[in-house]
Design a protein around this ligand. Structure first.
Ligand code: NAP
Length: 237
């Protein structure tokens, strides 16, 4: 297909930070291929009555499922020129290393680490061919700092940080920017209700994080912000 719209894939776009990232990109007339598992939530991120609805393209994808993700990416790349990828989808379970079930361990690594690695692998060949691209990763301060009850989550984020730092070196000559953002606590449904009830007022809002992400993503300059830590004004919880 000729003249395919230039688009950015945003994973985990049905909720929290990813939803707000999709909204701010669409508001700025950037085509967003918005991915997550829950179709009804994903569909409602942008109202079909919104003047910028034409920029919103929801796709039901479970990034933890390699076969499905590969098939979906192949369909997406036939319709869109993917010049940006925001690896945002993420899950956790606030438990000690001992209490984590084997299934939880597998799921967290599948979604947070393997999902982002696979989508990056699928997206890069097109970017390399066109000699342009931006891959922005929503990691976490837990990639570097110690938070108990977050061992597997921290491993997934630290693993992706290490992976992306290597990928940057491999693709930088092709004008592909790899940007790692490490946010601190943000008020989203990833937190248990009790934590939100007690601490939401001390957390960043998903809207503020998304605005920041958009500013960084949209920098049309010779600068690449390789790694940025953002925290609530009052610091970690
Ligand atoms: N909130 C914080 O304090 C905080 C701090 C640092 C970093 N982060 C990171 O920010 C990112 C977004 O988290 P959030 O706080 O916005 O949480 P959230 O509100 O729970 O959103 C998580 C998103 O990930 C999607 N998702 C989960 N499993 C998926 C899968 N298998 N395939 C595709 N999409 C999947 C969810 O959509 P579906 O359920 O529809 O699939 C949802 O859209 C995560 O990577 C998280 O680690 C969050």
């Amino acid at each position: 297909m000729k003249n395919k719209p230039r688009s950015v894939i945003v994973t985990g776009a049905s909720s929290g930070i990813g939803k707000e990232i999709a909204r701010v990109f669409v508001r700025n007339k950037i085509h967003v291929v918005a991915c997550s598992r829950k179709w009804t939530k994903l569909k409602s991120v942008i109202s079909h009555r919104d003047e910028n609805y034409m920029y919103y393209h929801p796709y039901k994808i479970d990034v933890g499922n390699l076969t499905g993700t590969k098939k979906a990416f192949s369909e997406i790349s036939k319709k869109f020129t993917v010049y940006g990828l925001v690896n945002n989808a993420g899950i956790t379970a606030f438990k000690t290393a001992v209490d984590h079930t084997e299934k939880e361990i597998e799921n967290i690594l599948k979604v947070n680490l393997f999902g982002a690695i696979h989508l990056t692998k699928f997206t890069l060949p097109g970017m390399l061919k066109r000699n342009e691209g931006i891959i922005l990763n929503i990691l976490s301060v837990a990639a570097k700092n110690v938070f108990t009850n977050s061992s597997v989550y921290s491993a997934s984020k630290a693993g992706l940080l290490a992976y992306m730092n290597v990928v940057r070196e491999e693709v930088k000559e092709s004008n592909i920017k790899i940007i790692n953002i490490l946010p601190g606590a943000t008020a989203t449904p990833i937190w248990p209700d009790k934590a939100l009830n007690n601490f939401a007022g001390r957390m960043m809002t998903a809207e503020d994080v998304a605005e920041f992400v958009f500013t960084v993503f949209n920098m049309n300059s010779t600068v690449v912000p390789e790694e940025i830590v953002i925290r609530p004004v009052h610091g970690d919880l």
